[in-house]
Design a protein around this ligand. Sequence first.
Ligand code: FES
Length: 170
Amino acid sequence: MIIDYEVIDRIAAVWDGTPSATIPILQKVQEQYHYLPPEIFPYIARKLDISEARVYGVATFYENFSLEPKGTFIIKVCDGTACHVRNSGPLLETLRKALGLSEAKKTTEDLLFTVETVSCLGACALAPVLSVNDTVHAAMTPEKASALLEKLKAETAKPDFPEEGIRAAG
Ligand code: FES
């Protein structure tokens, strides 16, 4: 994978190269790559003059950071109480089945889709809900979930789909 180290340099500069830049840098890298590629750890450590273990410690402390590659589309199915009682289970099953995923295998081989569960998306009144890259989809049914998946797949097939350029470059 080609890493844009300039992004790290820019954020480190804003924070005067202090260790306080660790979290903003990790957030930006994850925003860009959907996870924290291993090659960034030694670079950040050198840049901020801290140990690699310390950077790794921050990355593993916050559950929002991921050390595993994730898909371009991160689908979070809410399985909190309000969503669960309104049948979030079948939504999850539908998505996993359509993408060949499971509880253990959360991301497709082509790195297009990740399916995860969350305990509440803060939209209980609209249950059952799921989010795709932080856009919430309300009152979902298995049928609506399938249609959404088809729409996302169609997006990736478009020639100007931005991730195509990134993958081709990598
Ligand atoms: S329980 Fe699903 S949004 Fe709150």
